[in-house]
Design a protein around this ligand. Structure first.
Ligand code: NOJ
Ligand code: CA
Length: 593
């Protein structure tokens, strides 16, 4: 039930007409947040305060293009329009059954006073839980722009402490750092800050489409000043766009307590309403899978003596799921081509042909009989042209076999060479996969994905993503410190759902290699509440669940929620979250070392 009310309530600019310095303040609906936009000598500056305390000092913007002069100087205000919205929308699978979207918006049309007299719109929004803005390039449909840089400044008032990951670590699989803003050379978003004025902020972006992701780079050795940066393609262009074009939103969640960051829906609210007419086929689920066995080296993805995804083992997992109220089974390594992955060869997998010891028709019909969803898996290894070539036929095969869930992966250097994992080429690719999947009624769990930016409001079949350091690291690489899990709810999870793959019961999994997780069994259970993922994996091998009463908890815990309350929280140290599904509340806590 959408209650939508969008109206234009003011058309008169409050920018003073003649002064060299012209200011205009947009207020949040509760009046506490002030988003002030000023034009000083032809440059637009924005500034944010909350309860009269500084959040962001005057910050400006400009764009560089290939083939045209930069844009952002010599501007004047042509017109200003104000809007207000207060609606409540119903997500398909989320942490809350209803989401209120309540904001004031101002659209400022700016033009260059000198040739080439270009126009750009600055669209600003003030919510009770944060601010956001984006740029719009008008122009006729045939025009295209080659954006070589977007320079949006974020000038913080003080050298406060932040939780961050470097901008260029593979697939965001990093441990969060906690340090003063001036010690960050560059960071990805969400970037979370605790201010000396008593606020908790998180900078991120929303509705990232047809553009490069935004990273932040520090601009001054001694000051907490940052500028946005995009990933260039081999010719130096970061985004090729056809006008009219709106950039993704740049947004800041602003909370008075760490809990407020988690309870905010700012990122989803900044996205367009659902674009999928019939969503009845999109359902959250819990699943087990042939997965951890490969990560700890007991099985292999590729065919051979130790092959994990055999018909027999997948049926064993389906039997386990059917008798334990688990809705799905994933089988990684079911298809041909794995010997080309992570082997130094060019990764070329076949997404329609099964491994010789895996009978796809038999497995899918067995799963159907047992009322368990078979979750397919496509590990592209980063070979994008190859995946795009096979995508339609592979998705069509899924449709014919009744497969409605798919996990994808991009573990590898992107092919074609020179394209960044998080640049426009990949953002377009990830979007293409989501929209193609809608046509075939497939819901997605995307690993090594672009960071979430709330697009699952618009395409709810994008049920979950990875884009962070998950439990897999505890098998293969250096085990992750406990504080990581006490940091994620205030950082990565602010972007959207995350397939962390909790639920390891054999915590000391390879005693001979001294390999273990730094946690308890209770911790692994608590993650099913603290971490949100509408496709939620219980990631251990099923033999480690058999005869363990603790699994009952995983059977009972829901994978999407009607209400969420953060009971207590200290970023990086502890967080307790209560979530309700229908009449039942579940409470989970994680702590640090
Ligand atoms: C990395 C993914 O995060 C993991 O879940 C998967 O098992 C491997 N790639 C193989 O695709
Ligand atoms: Ca991964």
């Amino acid at each position: 039930m959408h209650k939508s009310l969008l109206f234009l309530f003011l058309l008169i600019t409050s920018f003073a007409a003649t002064a060299a310095c012209k200011a205009n303040t947009l207020l949040s609906p509760d009046g506490r947040l002030h988003f002030t936009i000023t034009l000083i000598s032809g440059k637009l500056y924005y500034q944010v305060t909350c309860d009269s305390k500084p959040i962001l000092n005057k910050s400006s913007f400009s764009f560089n293009f290939k083939g045209q002069p930069s844009l952002g100087h010599g501007l004047s205000v042509l017109k200003t329009e104000n809007y207000h919205q207060d609606e409540t929308w119903v997500p398909v699978a989320c942490t809350s059954s209803h989401i209120r979207n309540n904001y004031n918006e101002q659209v400022i049309t700016l033009t260059e006073s000198k040739v080439p007299n270009r126009t750009i719109l600055f669209i600003a929004r003030a919510y009770n839980d944060g601010i956001a803005f984006r740029y719009q390039f008008p122009g006729s449909a045939s025009d295209s722009l080659l954006i070589a840089a977007e320079n949006t400044e974020f000038n913080f008032p003080a050298n406060d402490s932040a939780w961050w990951i470097p901008s260029n670590e593979f697939a965001y699989e990093s441990i969060y750092r906690h340090s003063p803003l001036t010690s960050i050379p560059d960071a990805n978003t969400p970037l979370t800050i605790e201010t000396r004025f008593g606020f908790f902020l998180s900078i991120h972006e929303a509705a990232l489409q047809d553009y490069s992701e935004m990273i932040l780079k520090r601009t001054n050795e001694h000051k907490p000043c940052f500028v946005s940066a995009l990933w260039p393609e081999p010719d130096g262009v970061c985004a090729r766009v056809s006008t009219p074009f709106k950039t993704p939103w740049r947004c800041i969640i602003i909370a008075r307590k760490p809990a407020g960051l988690i309870e905010s829906h700012l990122v989803e609210n900044l996205n367009e309403p659902c674009a999928v007419k019939d969503v009845s086929w999109i359902k959250p689920l819990k699943f087990v899978g042939i997965w951890w066995g490969m990560h700890i080296g007991q099985y292999t993805w590729a065919e051979g003596e130790k092959h994990g995804a055999t018909t027999a083992r997948t049926k064993q997992y389906i039997d386990f799921a059917a008798s334990h109220h688990i809705e799905g089974v994933l089988a990684e390594g079911w298809n041909k081509g794995w010997e080309t992955w992570a082997s130094g060869m060019k990764p070329v997998q076949d997404f329609t042909r099964a491994a010789s010891d895996f009978d796809l028709v038999e497995v899918t019909s067995y799963a159907r009989k047992k009322n368990v969803a078979f979750i397919s898996h496509h590990e592209t290894g980063g070979n994008i042209p190859e995946y795009e070539r096979q995508m339609d036929s592979a998705f069509d095969q899924c449709r014919r076999l009744g497969i409605h869930y798919l996990k994808t992966g991009y573990a590898g250097t992107i092919i074609p060479a020179g394209y960044h994992h998080h640049g426009q080429y990949m953002v377009r690719h990830f979007q293409k996969v989501v929209e193609t999947a809608v046509r075939y009624h497939i819901s997605l769990d995307v690993h090594e994905s672009i960071k979430p930016t709330g697009l699952s409001r618009t395409w709810p079949n994008l049920l979950t993503q990875e884009a962070a350091r998950g439990n897999e690291w505890n098998a293969t690489y250096t085990a992750t410190p406990p504080s990581h899990e006490a940091t994620l709810p205030f950082t990565r999870f602010l972007a959207g759902p995350y397939d962390y793959t909790p639920g390891i019961f054999h915590i000391i999994h390879s005693p001979e290699k001294n390999k273990r997780l730094y946690c308890t069994l209770t911790n692994q259970l608590a993650l099913f509440v603290v971490f949100h993922s509408p496709m939620m994996m219980a990631s251990d091998m099923v033999e480690n669940y058999e005869h363990n009463d603790a699994f009952q908890y995983i059977e009972n815990v829901p994978s999407s929620w009607d209400e969420t309350k953060v009971i207590n929280a200290k970023i990086g140290h502890y967080v307790t979250i209560a979530r309700r599904s229908e009449g039942k509340w579940f409470v989970g806590t994680v702590g640090d070392e």
